[in-house]
Design a protein around this ligand. Structure first.
Ligand code: ZN
Length: 243
């Protein structure tokens, strides 16, 4: 089985379609979505529509739940909050119902997906310390968990001797690790100074997970953010890169 794993799409339809085309070329059997389909950018409905059309196995992100009042919008920075409130106005009841009913965690054969952390997934806490990672590993029943939330692709590895380390590469061999948390990065708003959309591919036979970066039309996506009257910073963030 080859999984494609996407997340933190954040209403960026241009990035999403480029990533989906790439995953089709990689012949993935099933797409998993680690949440935050909406927020920040201008095409929430089209993004939800495509995720549904592709039958992605999907969990909720904090922006998805905030849009349908299942997570307090007060926790959000003003630019994110403005987009959440705007998004709620754009979506039909059917799409809101879809977001509202997304689960926090999905456990498949050998693979778990969550947006932020398995430790109280409803709080959407960031994994920033070894203790955070350990708490997440404590809850992990499969070998691998794919997650997102920070928009920075990397892997946190628990080796067979019980020590934890971070791997910032883009190919992770699961044959030699105990457990692993793979952050797939963000489709729609990368925050690691690489403007290309990020996603992951996991080959369950070979037990290899790979981070993929995909070019997309950033100018089109940014232009739509301005046209919608959303905060300009939500467009500028798509262009953060190392010169
Ligand atoms: Zn996000």
């Amino acid at each position: 089985m080859i999984y494609g794993i996407i997340g933190d799409i954040h209403s960026n339809y241009d990035a999403l379609t480029s990533v989906v085309n790439e995953l089709k070329q990689e012949h993935v059997d099933k797409i998993l979505c680690i949440g935050d389909i909406v927020g920040y950018a201008a095409e929430p409905a089209r993004c939800i529509e495509l995720v549904r059309e592709l039958n992605c196995i999907t969990v909720a992100g904090n922006h998805d739940y905030a849009t349908v009042k299942k997570f307090p919008v007060e926790y959000f920075h003003v630019d994110a909050r403005t987009a959440v409130l705007w998004t709620a106005e754009q979506l039909s009841e059917d799409y809101k119902h879809f977001l509202k009913n997304l689960p926090l965690v999905e456990e498949l054969e050998g693979v778990t997906i969550v947006h932020a952390s398995l430790n109280h997934p409803e709080f959407f806490d960031y994994i920033t310390t070894v203790t955070d990672a350990q708490l997440c590993f404590d809850k992990l029943k499969t070998q691998v968990c794919f997650y997102g939330h920070t928009h920075v692709p990397l892997a946190i590895i628990l080796d067979n001797r019980g020590s934890i380390h971070v791997d910032r590469g883009n190919v992770f061999d699961l044959n030699n690790v105990g457990k692993i948390l793979v952050n797939v990065g963000s489709v729609g708003q990368p925050r690691d100074w690489d403007m290309r959309a990020s996603c992951a591919i996991y080959d369950t036979d070979k037990k290899i997970a790979t981070i993929k970066r995909v070019k997309y039309n950033i100018n089109d996506a940014a232009g739509k953010v301005y046209l919608a009257g959303l905060p300009g910073v939500n467009a500028l963030r798509l262009m953060e890169h190392v010169i």
